[in-house]
Ligand binder design. Structure first.
Ligand code: ZL4
Ligand code: CA
Ligand code: ZN
Length: 397
């Protein structure tokens, strides 16, 4: 009805527990779980729910989360509430809470929230290892900054690490690709000492005009894992640091050139793709100038490698564009084409009326050089690719 074409025969599954939506980080906190409500509504309005297997996964258990996380940390996470939290307690600060930063607040239902998104990524990973799906999607996951005993950057539990650990039970090599505007530091660190996971992150890197680094401050091109030659993880990570304002053509060229080379050299058996939507133009926290179809080009490219894929969400702080992007990317996974006019019966249609002159449409123009001037020259990007290829030579042994 809305211009859907015949699906191309990929088994796609969608893993989502709607209870995640009801959690709030606090009124002005940029992370808004209700962006997932908008995403699901668009997916349903376009009829994409009929093209996938839908699952409502149970929350992950304490023991499932403890495969990666420290038990003392999980004990803390499972008991802390806004009422009993002690911001001066050294343990509280050591676990990544408190300080000046309000990045990781303690909110009502925190444990429920983390076990729901963790459970969904684990369930999606199981569907891949059971061969029930070729592509498994969890838009509520992708929380790449969480460490084994520290919350960081809006992330409390690292669902990606847990999912990759499960994929490693059946796959010799897993490739992790991260297109969130932030560096995927938590995933990189978790697998830094193994050659069975290769991590590849594209992100904004560098200081702002006041000298503050863009969060988390790591991920330069020179960071390729441990330097000790006896460490198996050496050379098994690649970081692509970018500057403000990168545009569609540059990003697509860079993504395809570098990712093709990594896949060809590493030969992964499965791929995990973190599709953070904060790399879009007009994002509240991001700095890039990407349009929805350029972001979706990354999903198309990865689909073309014909390996089992876990597609997960991540950042994304302009909710209407997060929903547009993840709906578009769901259509890419199932092999459908969506009409640019939004279906009329979307419950929160007013949410799609915003400043990009995108009222009522799926693919507004998000490229805005007034907001972020493009300081990535083609020459700088070519030099970056040359360094990336140099880094990859380590894989040839
Ligand atoms: C906020 O308005 O760069 C948190 C965070 C809370 C509510 C009101 C509190 C006001 C922007 C961000 C105080 C806010 C102090 N509230 C924020 C170094 C920082 C210390 C904390 O997409 N201040 C820290 C984290 C990043 C920093 C990005 C991306 C996650 C992901 C995967 C995480 N932290 C400076 C900022 C606000 C807030 C407004 C904020 N925090 C913007 N960028 C950060 O990669 C999901
Ligand atoms: Ca990234
Ligand atoms: Zn991000």
């Amino acid at each position: 009805e809305y211009g859907m074409e015949k699906p191309q025969g990929y088994n796609v599954s969608f893993h989502y527990n709607p209870h995640v939506e009801y959690h709030h980080f606090g009124s002005s906190h940029p992370m808004k779980p209700w962006r997932l409500t908008l995403t699901k509504q668009l997916i349903v309005a376009y009829g994409l729910e009929y093209t996938m297997d839908l699952y409502e996964p149970r929350p992950a258990s304490f023991d499932e989360l403890a495969v990666f996380h420290d038990r003392q940390y999980l004990n803390f996470l499972s008991h802390v509430t806004p009422q009993n939290a002690k911001p001066d307690d050294p343990a509280y600060i050591a676990f990544g809470f408190g300080g000046e930063s309000n990045d990781c607040p303690v909110f009502d239902g925190l444990w429920n929230y983390v076990s729901l998104y963790g459970g969904a990524s684990l369930h999606a990973a199981h569907n891949l290892t059971n061969k029930q799906s070729d592509i498994a999607i969890n838009w509520s996951g992708g929380l790449h900054h969480a460490k084994k005993n520290v919350a960081s950057g809006f992330c409390y539990v690292n669902d990606i690490v847990l999912a990759i650990q499960h994929l490693l039970t059946q796959n010799q090599r897993v490739l992790y690709i991260d297109i969130d505007v932030h560096h995927g530091d938590g995933v990189e660190q978790a697998f830094e000492s193994t050659d069975r996971v290769f991590t590849l992150s594209y992100h904004k890197y560098g200081n702002d005009r006041h000298g503050y680094p863009f969060f988390p401050g790591t991920g330069n091109i020179t960071e390729t894992g441990p330097t000790d030659p006896s460490n198996r993880g050496k050379g098994h990570c690649l970081n692509i640091p970018l500057e403000d304002g990168i545009d569609d053509e540059q990003y697509k060229w860079l993504f395809k050139t570098v990712t093709d080379a990594v896949v060809q050299k590493y030969q992964p058996n499965a791929i995990v793709l973190q599709s953070g939507a904060d790399s879009l133009g007009g994002d509240r926290l991001g700095r890039f100038n990407l349009n929805i179809k350029a972001h979706g080009f990354c999903i198309e490219t990865v689909k073309g490698y014909q390996r089992p894929i876990l597609v997960i969400g991540g950042g994304g702080y302009t909710p209407r564009n997060v929903a547009r992007t993840w709906c578009h990317e769901t259509s890419v996974c199932v092999g459908a084409t969506l009409h640019d006019n939004l279906p009329s019966h979307i419950p929160y249609i007013q949410a799609f009326q915003g400043s990009e002159n995108g009222d009522g449409i799926l693919y507004p123009d998000l490229h805005n050089t007034k907001r972020h001037e493009n300081v990535n020259t083609n020459q700088k990007l070519q030099n970056l690719v040359a360094k990336a290829m140099e880094n990859l030579r380590y894989l040839e042994g």
